[in-house]
Write a protein that binds this ligand. Structure first.
Ligand code: FEO
Length: 576
């Protein structure tokens, strides 16, 4: 085994970056960029265990590199790679997809190895042309096509669109039976261990990653699984986290089960996004994240790659549609849009968003057309002129959650009525206090009434809170996130209750008109609260339709020594 470790010059305890290279099969080396402390990927994706960006070298008669690394690893990665290869001898750079955490150093590789041929799907090569702004040799590959590196290393490509980018391909090496999947089957987990020896340590991160990245494309996941089902796979070389080697059937089975469960829901929302700088897809993904919290199925579809037949099929199956405005000069997207308009019917719901670009199809005339056909608008158009900010992303997520709750409301009412009445009443005898969770994270804020709150540990002092999965605030309560738990006072909470229980439009400021102070962790303390606690999320336990959020408490204060906590008595246990 070849091992090489390079440590960042500017190594600090708050941003540890290291590189590790290890042989994983015959003439095959993994180069793992270990990002020990990264704590967030996009607004909705909190990380607990850092992440890795994995890249691979295959030496046949020809030399191929699969993916690169994140730009933050520029010096480390190029130095490490330079110790393994002579750049002028690099024949191919295979790009699994073009998201910058894997293709952030393509331009550097092109400068060091101008002779290299970049291999990718047609969409990936087109994206790269816009990213690197310089000519390069390229080879576009389709599913089933092969590339012979010599010495038995026959590479076969498998198309996996929408997992989770439209341009994704897998690469399978027939010599070593390694399947290179980049994001797919990955997890954000940073550790010295190369492989999945202890799956019980990894499953939670594996599932969280699936929920955030793959869940919105469950049907595409099933299609990709079908394409790889006949391959003999010894190792799944992922782009994030440990490589999968010891428990491959289990990991594949999880993807199969979760995707089947997602795909069979009778509430399908199709989100059509357009090709721009990834902004449209980002907003579409935020809306999807909000929708998924409510248990509906979501399909994210690239309008620029959808033929009329596919567009019609998607519309026929969907209860709701979300459309990101495409360019007026994108003929494929325009044809798909016309097909959608001709296929929708008045019982469906519709929502529109735009993500910038003066050449986009105008949003309001299109909105009028859908309304004339009789579709219900699920949320007001989201208008974003530039790269989506954290506020826009949060607004999009909340709009998705509202949409999902509206679609599933009949089912929810039915479930509430179906509980056994004795059980229902008995459960209702559990009582609790009344609290308000408040969060400020950068420009994004949130608030939620909570009653399922209890002290959960003495050393350290800790509290557990149950938060429904479809609550907008849930994505701000990831591990290491901080918030304030406000304890409400008996006889002095009705005003707060009236304010915070009303329905807020997506993205609106919950604190307008409410008197607050800032706590040491940056979140608002309600001036009318009886007491408050500064909390840091330590772990999360999935409890079907809720998350149990366990937090440690750092500081706290009581405003009235003789004040009494408001108590929540219920008659029935099947709702709050
Ligand atoms: Fe890990 Fe889609 O990038």
């Amino acid at each position: 085994m070849v091992a090489l470790t390079v440590r960042s010059e500017d190594f600090t305890s708050s941003s540890r970056l290291t590189i590790k290279s290890q042989e994983i099969a015959e003439k095959t080396t993994a180069i793992r960029s270990l990002d020990w402390d990264r704590d967030r990927f996009d607004i909705e994706f909190g990380l607990r265990n850092g992440t890795t960006y994995n890249s691979f070298l295959i030496q046949g008669k020809k030399l191929a590199l699969i993916d690169t690394s994140h730009q933050k690893f520029e010096a480390l990665y190029l130095e490490g790679l330079g110790e393994l290869i002579d750049f002028t001898a690099l024949d191919y750079l295979i790009i699994s997809h073009t998201e910058p955490d894997h293709s952030g150093l393509v331009k550097n590789i092109l400068n060091l190895a101008p002779q290299v041929t970049i291999v990718g799907s047609k969409v990936a090569i087109q994206f790269l042309e816009n990213m690197v702004h310089q000519p390069f040799n390229s080879l576009m590959v389709k599913s089933g096509e092969t590339l012979d590196l010599g010495n038995g290393h026959q590479l076969e490509f498998v198309s996996a669109p929408n997992l989770h980018w439209p341009d994704t391909i897998f690469t399978y090496d027939h010599q070593t039976s390694v399947l290179y999947t980049c994001d797919v089957f990955g997890m954000h987990y940073c550790d010295d261990y190369l492989y999945d020896e202890e799956p019980e340590l990894l499953t939670e991160d594996f599932q969280y990653y699936y929920d955030c990245l793959m869940g919105p494309n469950a049907r595409s996941v099933l299609a990709a699984l079908k394409r790889i089902q006949n391959l003999e796979i010894k190792t799944i070389a992922t782009g994030h986290g440990p490589l999968l080697n010891y428990h491959i059937p289990q990991w594949i089975n999880y993807y199969q089960q979760w995707s089947q469960a997602q795909a069979k829901s009778d509430n399908l929302v199709v989100i059509f996004y357009s090709e721009d700088y990834g902004y449209s897809e980002q907003i579409g993904r935020n809306i999807a994240q909000g929708l998924l919290k409510t248990g509906v199925t979501v399909d994210l579809v690239n309008l620029s790659e959808t033929d009329p037949h596919e567009a019609r099929e998607f519309v026929h199956e969907a209860k709701g549609l979300v459309i990101g405005m495409p360019s007026q000069h994108d003929p494929i997207a325009q044809t798909a849009l016309q097909t959608i308009l001709a296929s929708v019917h008045g019982k469906q719901a519709i929502a529109l968003f735009e993500s910038g670009g003066g050449e986009d199809e105008p949003i309001f005339p299109l909105r009028n057309k859908f309304q004339e056909i009789g579709l219900t608008e699920a949320f007001s158009p989201i208008l974003s002129k530039n790269a989506p900010t954290a506020t826009t992303q949060k607004l999009a997520e909340e709009a998705g959650t509202d949409f999902g709750q509206w679609l599933t409301r009949d089912k929810t009412i039915k479930q509430m009525k179906s509980l056994d009445s004795d059980l229902d009443r008995a459960l209702g005898r559990l009582s609790s206090g009344l609290y308000l969770i408040t969060v400020q994270k950068g420009e994004v804020s949130g608030a939620m009434f909570a009653s399922w709150v209890t002290q959960a540990s003495l050393e350290p002092l800790g509290v557990a809170i149950a938060v429904a999965k479809d609550r907008a605030i849930e994505s701000l309560l990831q591990v290491n996130d901080t918030f304030v738990l406000n304890v409400l006072e008996e006889g002095n909470y009705q005003g707060l209750m009236k304010h915070f229980l009303k329905r807020f439009p997506p993205g609106s400021d919950r604190f307008t008109g409410i008197k607050t102070h800032q706590s040491s962790n940056g979140s608002p303390i309600l001036a009318d609260a009886l007491a408050y606690l500064d909390c840091t999320v330590t772990s999360r336990l999935e409890a079907n339709d809720h998350w149990i959020i366990y937090t440690t408490v750092q500081t706290g204060r009581v405003s009235k020594v003789d004040g009494v906590t408001a108590v929540h008595h219920r008659k029935v246990g099947n709702h709050y």
